[in-house]
Write a new protein. Structure first.
Length: 264
């Protein structure tokens, strides 16, 4: 029988770990550097408690501190963990060389993302010299409802699951052309699944367009998506649009095949 003191200690340790992880989770691309007071206010925690946990994260290399500003920022240990996680991901390893080839062969920016609840999270972003303005950092999130990669993943999900994600999304207009109605988007998803791709122009950002295709596993589930991005003007040219549609479908098919997917 477990001693009450040991049970209490385990609960206290779990609570302490939860606080440490909550602090670490406040760092993202919008807030890459923060002061102790910023984190305490954001989490509603005592400054001394936050400071103690920050020191632990510093000791373990998960955070670093700028002595001039007093701001904390992610450390190299996080990069090491991210690298280990990605190298263990088949979809990442198979996608990376394919997207590099796609970018340089067609002069476009290419991406790979996975789902994170109602958003997609970018894991790969390959660009050419003249597409640097389309660069997206690793970890960047975009809503599924108005991003090409998000939409094509929704299109290959069971209808009820896709509809649930749309209803839980904060569907705001990013541009005047952004579709935000659940019924309207659900109709688009049906067309996108039939075509095997999603072409979005001026919905996520005005003047930009993307073509995405799903990455399917052996069970035919959409485990990721890839896309090419370019200017809306380039995608208004029928020959260029057709060329990129064919290229993204072939590339997605090759990656899916390596994951065990096969067409009927």
């Amino acid at each position: 029988m477990e001693h009450p003191h040991e049970t209490g200690k385990k609960a206290s340790d779990a609570k302490s770990v939860s606080k440490t992880l909550a602090i670490l989770s406040t760092f993202d691309e919008r807030t890459p550097m923060q002061r102790t007071s910023d984190i305490a206010a954001r989490l509603g925690m005592n400054i001394s408690t936050v400071s103690r946990h920050l020191n632990t994260l510093l000791d373990w290399g998960f955070l670093r501190r700028d002595d001039e500003t007093g701001c904390y920022y992610p450390g190299t240990q996080i990069i090491s963990l991210a690298g280990a996680a990605l190298q263990d991901s088949d979809v990442y390893r198979y996608s990376f060389p394919e997207l590099q080839l796609l970018s340089f062969r067609y002069g476009v920016h290419s991406h790979m993302s996975v789902q994170d609840d109602t958003e997609i999270m970018h894991l790969i972003s390959c660009c050419c010299e003249h597409t640097m303005d389309l660069f997206v950092p690793m970890g960047h999130r975009q809503p599924m409802y108005c991003s090409a990669m998000g939409r094509i993943m929704l299109a290959y999900m069971p209808e009820a699951k896709a509809e649930d994600i749309l209803k839980r999304s904060n569907r705001e207009k990013r541009t005047p052309d952004t579709k935000v109605g659940v019924d309207e988007i659900m109709q688009e998803l049906k067309k996108e699944r039939q075509q095997g791709i999603c072409l979005l122009v001026n919905e996520l950002a005005y003047g930009k367009g993307s073509i995405a295709a799903p990455i399917l596993d052996r069970d035919r589930n959409p485990v990721a998506a890839i896309s090419v991005s370019t200017s809306a003007n380039a995608l208004s040219q029928p020959q260029r649009e057709a060329e990129l549609k064919k290229a993204i479908k072939i590339t997605a098919s090759r990656i899916s095949g390596r994951l065990g997917y096969y067409p009927y």
